[in-house]
Design a binder for this molecule. Structure first.
Ligand code: 13P
Ligand code: SF4
Length: 335
């Protein structure tokens, strides 16, 4: 294993893995398609991935859709073009498959904000509370949670809990506050946030709307309250795409990671999509998640070629983490 890893590293070096500026004449798209067939692999990609990765994926979706796809995948290898917690969830749901992530450092600020130790301490302080965690967490955090949720099913998951049951919601305080308002439930919120969604500027958003008065503002619930207040629709990435498709408006200001615009524009080529502006971004009007963008076509190719890096979860943690994820999928699937 060590030997093959060293060999892989050397070959990765040759094609510029450690120096991403290195030019190669490899046609990554063609090679990835070849490897996909040869190795019986499936590529799952999140909407925030770069356009070339989305275009080559077998399935592009939100966290919930990707979880269902991962659970049902019968390929030998699941290549997860997303961030670490997503690939880990795939491994938890489908443990006999090899799960690859093009860049193991593709993390998430929400996941980083909530360690299992800190959550356990918070649970100990509030022993009568049921713990609902957003899927943007590590397997260890899921393992000590009662239920998981994504942005597309958070309301349904919270509603499934008896009214007299107090809840801890972690780690996204913005999603938590929005759900709290939507459901009227009293929930203790963890103090975590998404660095991308917290970066939207309300002043710039209002001035963008003044310049585009016919545009409808739509936002992801990881955004701050003042952004959600001016949004006509709040929902997950898939929810936002469906809304733009089914709404009669022709212009939208989109407050989520800019990668979504690729799939959204494909769905509504005739509509004008404007990325919501960030607070400190003078060169580009959009917001990008640097974790999501760590995956590149080159790294996707290399990870499929060498079957590295692989995402692993200990069986003990996996079995514990599976429970709240499976409960979420079961509740979500109910009409
Ligand atoms: P959804 O795709 O589930 O809406 O989540 C967005 C997100 O933050 C993924 O990192
Ligand atoms: Fe995490 Fe935010 Fe990036 Fe999603 S967009 S992976 S929540 S940091």
């Amino acid at each position: 294993m060590i030997e093959s890893f060293e060999k892989a590293k050397a070959e990765m070096n040759e094609v510029g893995y450690l120096n991403l500026e290195t030019k190669t004449n490899i046609d990554f798209a063609a090679e990835i398609l070849k490897l996909k067939k040869e190795k019986n692999a499936i590529i799952l990609a999140h909407y925030y991935q770069e356009p070339e990765i989305q275009d080559i994926a077998d399935y592009v979706g939100d966290s919930l859709g990707l979880s269902y796809q991962a659970a049902e995948a019968d390929a030998d290898i699941i290549v997860f073009a997303g961030v670490h917690f997503m690939a880990e969830t795939a491994k938890i749901l489908n443990p006999t498959k090899k799960v690859l992530l093009p860049d193991l450092n593709a993390g998430c600020s929400l996941s980083e904000s909530c360690s299992a130790e800190a959550l356990q301490a918070f649970k100990n302080e509030n022993p009568d509370h049921l713990v609902i965690t957003y899927v943007n967490t590590s397997a260890e955090v899921k393992a000590i949670s009662d239920l998981c949720c994504t942005s597309s099913n958070a309301k349904k998951i919270v509603d499934s809990v008896p009214l007299d049951q107090p809840i801890i919601f972690a780690p996204d305080k913005n999603l938590g506050a929005w759900i709290k308002k939507e459901t009227g439930r009293d929930m203790l919120l963890w103090d975590g946030a998404c660095i991308v969604h917290e970066a939207f500027s309300i002043d710039k958003l209002i001035s963008t709307h003044q310049k585009n008065p016919n545009a409808t503002i739509i936002a992801h619930p990881e955004s701050e309250d003042h952004i959600l207040k001016v949004a006509e629709y709040v929902g997950s990435t898939s929810g936002m795409i469906d809304y733009v498709k089914n709404n009669s408006a022709n212009e939208f200001i989109v407050a989520t990671e800019a990668g979504i615009l690729h799939e959204m524009q494909k769905e509504v080529p005739e509509k004008k999509l404007i990325p919501a502006p960030s607070k400190e971004n003078n060169t580009c009007a959009c917001s990008e998640c640097h974790f999501m963008k760590m995956n590149t076509m080159q790294k996707l190719y290399l990870c499929m070629k060498y079957e590295l890096p692989e995402v692993m979860v200990s069986e003990e943690t996996r079995l514990k983490a599976l429970k709240p994820i499976q409960k979420m999928l079961d509740i979500s699937a109910k009409q």
